[in-house]
Design a protein. Sequence first.
Length: 196
Amino acid sequence: MYILAINGSPNRSGNTAFLLGAVLEAAKEEGVEGKVINVMDVLKGQDVPFCVACSSPCKETCHAKHPALKEACDALEGAAAVVLGSPVYFGTVSAQLKALWDKTRAIRSRRSLVGKPAAAVSVGAARFGGQETTLKALHDMLLIQGMSIVGEGTEDSDAGHQGVCAQNPAAEDSFALERARILGARLAREIKRAGK
């Protein structure tokens, strides 16, 4: 039983990774472990790091050629919950995260993520730097897999919002860090409610 955090930033230890770490730390305090996947590690060495829809339905040909991609998709399917994180790139998600997510077509066909709790975090260069539009894109990606979106609200905090929005540097954004902690607790509690 674990929450899978997918760092969609090309920076393995930057602001997005920091924010995802805060989410997983709070979940651990609730008794749920976390795992992190960095998209840059998954995409490394792929001749074509983006989906070209070479077969329909997807036969996962690229997964067979790239063990890191298969391992990431296996971890995604095995997760009890997922939290996607992305920096803001022109008001939306990073190309690296989108490239990975597009290669999850076969998972969608298997419907193995349907109903699982999912959430999103985003970091922008400015206070109003496209974080909410990026969260919306992340939510759309999760919804297409049939996942159940949760915000960062809990019974003992408040009703929450769409997800966690931070401003660079995330480590100094105290409001975002508090929201990340609430989100981690919420994901852990959703897993426990589902009995997974």
